[in-house]
Design a protein around this ligand. Structure first.
Ligand code: ADP
Ligand code: MG
Length: 266
């Protein structure tokens, strides 16, 4: 089967600053992959480059369903089935969630009857019916916003979902709910890239593969054993094992920092 996402030798720079360096990543359909890394390692940049945000000097290859993403416009990429959730979901007063989803469905070639039926069904499944006639993301708690995003994903049914900082700003109960919602999205037609710099989400959701990103590169990939290493030794353990230098001035983090709610390098 073709992979949902294939990235090969991807490098990206912005204003002469090299952010991504020769990055390889493959996410098969049906799988959930986590990309974990300290702040500033390039995780959001990877999402921006894949979705087509302008301003980056990009080299390398990225395909979705074997189609070259870099030959497509932002809209063409979303029609092809790429969806990115926002790192901090924005509030859009005036546009109701239902109208937004009908429009987004139309842009993706989903007919109005089909879209309306999906909205009703998925709203029931994700308990978001009462959000439908409210302004987009308005007056929702952090956890409700993330749940609303996963509901939007369930309606639009992308082939590849990039979930940036899916657990940021959430209390532990909301992390659990969002994890369950992501897990419930698992489907043979979907690849998920879940980005985080906390490891606490791994208490509730074990991805098929975990990738550690440091300084714009994927430096380690693995399964439960890598989660365990991150849990006990943090990124420092991975760096040490691989003989990677820490950038000067970067604070040392202890293992015990890893399972707190404090981001790594604030
Ligand atoms: P992450 O999401 O892993 O925290 P980012 O991808 O947001 O990391 O950023 C990676 C690095 O690139 C950071 O050092 C950040 O300051 C830098 N960076 C990101 N965007 C820009 C930009 N537009 N101009 C200059 N530097 C940037
Ligand atoms: Mg980020």
């Amino acid at each position: 089967m073709t992979a949902a996402l294939k990235v090969k030798g991807l490098s990206a720079a912005v204003s002469n600053k090299q952010i991504l360096q020769d990055l390889d990543l493959e996410v098969p359909y049906g799988e959930i992959h986590a990309i974990m890394g300290p702040n500033g390692s390039g995780k959001s940049t990877l999402c921006h480059v894949l979705t087509g945000k302008t301003g980056y000097e990009v080299q390398g290859e990225a395909t979705l369903d074997d189609v070259d993403l870099f030959s497509l416009s932002v809209d063409e990429r979303s029609r092809l089935g790429l969806l990115q959730s926002f790192q901090y979901p924005t509030q859009v007063p005036g546009v109701r969630l239902r109208e937004f989803l009908l429009e987004a469905s139309d842009e993706r070639g989903i007919g109005p009857d089909e879209a309306a039926a999906r909205i009703e069904d998925e709203a029931e499944r994700f308990d978001t019916t009462r959000f439908l006639d409210r302004s987009l993301n308005n007056d929702l708690s952090g956890g409700e916003k993330k749940r609303s995003e996963i509901f939007q994903m369930a309606v639009l049914r992308p082939k590849l979902a990039l979930l940036d900082e899916i657990d940021s700003g959430l209390d532990i109960d909301a992390v659990r709910q969002v994890s369950e919602a992501v897990e419930s999205m698992r489907s043979p037609d979907l690849g998920v890239v879940m980005i985080t710099h906390y490891s606490r989400i791994l208490r509730y959701l074990m991805p098929d593969r975990i990738h550690v990103m440091i300084d714009g590169r994927i430096v380690a990939s693995g399964g439960a054993e890598l989660a365990e290493e991150l849990d006990t030794g943090g990124y420092e353990s991975v760096r040490e094992r691989l003989g990677l230098q820490r950038a000067s001035g970067e604070p040392v983090r202890k293992a015990s920092d890893f399972f707190t709610d404090t981001p790594f390098d604030v």
